[in-house]
Design a binder for this molecule. Structure first.
Ligand code: MTE
Ligand code: HPA
Ligand code: MOS
Length: 772
């Protein structure tokens, strides 16, 4: 509870201000609490996972006697011991918590060990003897195309007859583009702590983007009603989509252990196990054909997106649909066919990752636009501009009109100017003409990202606000904090509503018992949804307080305003805290649960029509790179970002999201490589072999600017969602590398696969050697 001296004197008008993250100080001091920091009650036990050592096969026998006899072991859990349903799948019932017969991927959880210490549990987990009748695994996209296995039916949409249009177009190109996956590498790994209560009650502290779904899955594996399970999340040390569905597994594991032992049980995955046991960004292979005119204007685009979904559906239905929604980026594609295959393989089930399939669909068309530019001998930026959505031609391939499509060319032109694109291109050409081995490249690419969950029912949120009689405010909502600053933004919105300094607002942990039936914090919609619900809740309470003050003063309610921590009307004024106290005395209810649902959106998947997105967020980025054509090494020399955040609720946090998203996307497209061996084992399962960007990879010249024109769609304070879209600004890095590769030989179309590791760059250069 704030001290009264803290409540006084601070500035009001909290929205649109660059306030620091509410936990910034705690993060730096190391005093922000994560799941593993919760003080362990007496008797807490630790869980480790016994993992399958083949990728595909049938479990014949399981001998756990040595595990049970190991020092410190209290319980050993196999599939038959799961008290409720042995199923952790979020969409289809296609993934067990523990293997029953069928082994679906290398490392899959076969049993769990519960021991006094984490170390004892981990040592004992290695002693399990399992006989698995192995089958040759299907590991890659090519394998899956041979087996024909799917996690969901193929799905396509489009407009016109793309194939015929392409065949009749003046020019045609086709290609295949391999796009790698990505490990989330949240700094805090998956962690859950379950504490059993009376009768069948279970409280779980989970590092989860989706406490509500975690509650459902814990209840399902325990075989109890949802109401017996409470899930709480104060914060995550990063989620990035990796804790949207897949945090549930570890919460379920901890809860089953707690149920069976009657003691508090914790699961915290070791980094190597986290790599092996949790899904990643989907890797894709895009097979494309395009037809266009002399000026590089597209007439028809036909793309098949092959997505490796892994062993089960998980969130792949939504991820691959979103890849389709972004397969046209912000371009007008007159005739277009977008197909998808949701491939099933014997690899860990791939899942949400910042952009949720959007980046993969988008980079494919950017690759195609570049190919058109090369073939026509036109600057790629001019091909981009010639194809943008425009007046009269403002519909995406799924038929939604982009309301503020004119934002796109305006931003691209601004960035073209501020990044000095044309002059730098000329300088780079001059440099390359005299530099035999080091080649430079530049690219300016656009981003248009749809905001809303594409599953309409998910676009809702709840918030619970209490005003206490000292004027301090308790805020709770269904969104989760993962570093993005959601809690700060929602607190700003509530402070603004009450006209009080932000210190009045006490942000509290997300808890399924306070706000029920929440959606995951995902699809970048955390602030849009929870901010609106909290504003509604605060507004209701404010209305009641205003009515009370109006009656007291004998003035109309509409004249009562809340500002500078006071309620005022004409010459009347009362401190907010005094008014709260008086309201309580007068028996005015000072609590409210708000609810918000996004209006106007609808989507009919079978007919592929509707308006799936409430609005679009735009961005543009210009990157310059240098490659060493002898070693394949690459550096990003400069990046200029311009990103559309609407009337930003918090420009400081938004800059953090834009820069962080860009760097994370740069890692995806350059150094982060997931390699499986032929047995389906992930061989890049630790920071020694899997390289995320570090401080020295940040471009030495790095200019970030926010585009802050108010959102024409009435979103919360006319801001725009910012969490995911900036990741796709990094496509400019890929395109700049492509530009540098072309400098070795302007003819032909290099096979530049993502990520652009040294091998990929050297292969791309080699692929051009025949083209003269
Ligand atoms: N920023 C940080 N620091 N940590 C994260 O885990 N996740 C991203 C993005 N930014 C993430 C992040 C993803 S995948 C999403 S969907 C959004 O934040 C979710 O939060 P929001 O809806 O509040 O923007
Ligand atoms: N984005 C992120 N997560 C989701 C979505 C989405 O569109 N749909 C379901 N989960
Ligand atoms: Mo973000 S991938 O929608 O969690």
């Amino acid at each position: 509870m704030p001290q009264s001296d803290v409540l006084e004197g601070a500035p009001t008008a909290a929205v649109h201000k660059p306030l620091p993250h509410d936990s910034a100080r705690l993060h730096v001091q190391g005093s922000a609490n994560y799941v593993d920091d919760i003080r362990e009650p007496e008797g807490t036990l630790h869980v480790a996972i016994g993992m399958a050592d083949v990728a595909a096969g049938e479990l014949k026998t399981l001998d756990l006697s040595a595990v049970k006899a190991a020092p410190g072991v209290v319980a050993v859990i196999a599939a038959a011991d799961v008290p409720g349903k042995n199923d952790i799948a979020p969409v289809f019932a296609d993934e067990p918590l523990l293997v029953e017969r069928e082994v679906m991927f290398h490392g899959q959880a076969v049993f769990a060990v519960v021991a006094r210490t984490r170390d004892e549990a981990r040592r004992a987990a290695r002693l399990g003897k399992m006989e698995i009748e192995a089958r040759p695994p299907s590991v890659t996209i090519a394998d899956a195309l041979k087996t024909g296995a799917r996690v969901q039916d193929d799905y396509a949409f489009g407009r016109g007859d793309a194939k015929a249009t392409i065949a009749a177009a003046p020019h045609r190109l086709e290609g295949q583009f391999v796009i790698g996956g990505q490990e989330h590498f949240y700094l805090e790994g998956q962690a859950s702590f379950a504490i059993p209560g009376e009768v069948d009650e279970m409280t779980v502290y989970a590092s989860s983007q989706d406490p509500t779904e975690t509650q459902h899955i814990v209840a399902r594996v325990l075989g109890v009603p949802d109401a017996f399970v409470t899930v709480e999340t104060r914060r995550m040390g990063g989620g990035f989509g990796g804790k949207e569905s897949q945090a549930c597994t570890w919460a379920a594991m901890a809860a089953v252990a707690a149920k069976l032992t009657g003691r508090p049980c914790k699961v915290r995955l070791d980094r190597d196990d986290d790599f092996a046991l949790t899904g990643k960004r989907h890797d894709f292979r895009a097979d494309w054909r395009v037809g266009y005119d002399d000026h590089g204007v597209v007439a028809g685009y036909d793309v098949m997106l092959n997505a490796r979904c892994g062993c089960s559906a998980d969130l792949s239905p939504g991820v691959v649909d979103r890849a389709m929604f972004h397969a046209g980026n912000g371009y007008w594609l007159p005739d277009v066919a977008i197909g998808t295959r949701r491939l099933k393989t014997n690899t860990v089930s791939n899942t949400a990752f910042r952009g949720f399939g959007g980046p993969q669909g988008m980079i494919a068309i950017e690759r195609v636009m570049d190919a058109i530019a090369r073939e026509r001998g036109i600057d790629p930026l001019d091909v981009c501009k010639a194809n943008l959505l425009r007046a009269g031609l403002d519909r995406t391939p799924y038929g939604q009109a982009a309301e503020d499509f004119e934002t796109q060319p305006a931003m691209i032109e601004e960035l073209e100017r501020t990044s000095d694109y044309r002059a730098r291109r000329a300088r780079i050409a001059a440099f390359n003409a005299t530099s035999p081995y080091i080649k430079r490249g530049i690219a300016l690419t656009p981003v248009m990202f749809g905001i809303s969950f594409t599953l309409i029912p998910m676009n809702q949120a709840g918030a619970l606000v209490h005003v206490y009689s000292d004027g301090s405010i308790h805020l709770n909502h269904g969104g989760t904090e993962m570093g993005q600053g959601l809690f700060t933004k929602v607190a700003q919105i509530v402070a603004e509503e009450f006209g009080v300094p932000i210190h009045f607002v006490r942000i509290t942990a997300t808890n399924t018992a306070k706000v029920a039936n929440a959606s995951p914090t995902a699809a970048s919609s955390g602030t849009d949804l929870n901010g609106m619900a909290a504003k509604i809740a605060a507004g209701e309470i404010k209305g009641r307080m205003a009515a009370y003050a109006a009656e007291l003063w004998g003035v109309p309610t509409e004249t009562v305003e809340f500002r500078d921590a006071c309620a005022v009307s004409g010459n009347h004024s009362m401190e907010f805290s005094a008014l709260a106290k008086a309201c309580r005395h007068a028996r005015v209810q000072l609590s409210h649960a708000g609810h918000y649902k996004t209006p106007e959106i609808h989507w009919d998947r079978a007919k592929a029509t509707g308006r799936p997105f409430y609005y679009f967020a735009y961005g543009a980025a210009c990157s310059e790179v240098a490659i060493d054509t002898l070693t394949g090494e690459m550096r990003v020399l400069r990046a200029d970002l311009l990103h559309d955040v609407g009337a930003s609720i918090n420009p400081a946090l938004d800059i953090g999201q834009v820069e962080g998203g860009f760097i994370q996307g740069m890692g995806w497209l350059t150094t982060e490589e997931l390699v499986h061996d032929s047995k389906g084992r992930l061989t890049t399962h630790a920071p020694a072999t899997y390289k995320i960007p570090v401080a020295s990879d940040v471009p030495p010249v790095f200019n970030t600017k926010l585009h802050t024109r108010a959102n024409p769609t009435p979103s919360i304070y006319r801001s725009k969602a910012v969490g995911e879209p900036p990741l796709m600004l990094a496509i400019s890095v890929y395109s700049a590398i492509l530009d540098a590769v072309h400098a070795t030989n302007p003819r032909g179309h290099p096979r530049l696969e993502a990520p652009c590791t040294p091998e990929s760059i050297l292969n791309a250069i080699a692929s051009l050697d025949g083209a003269r």
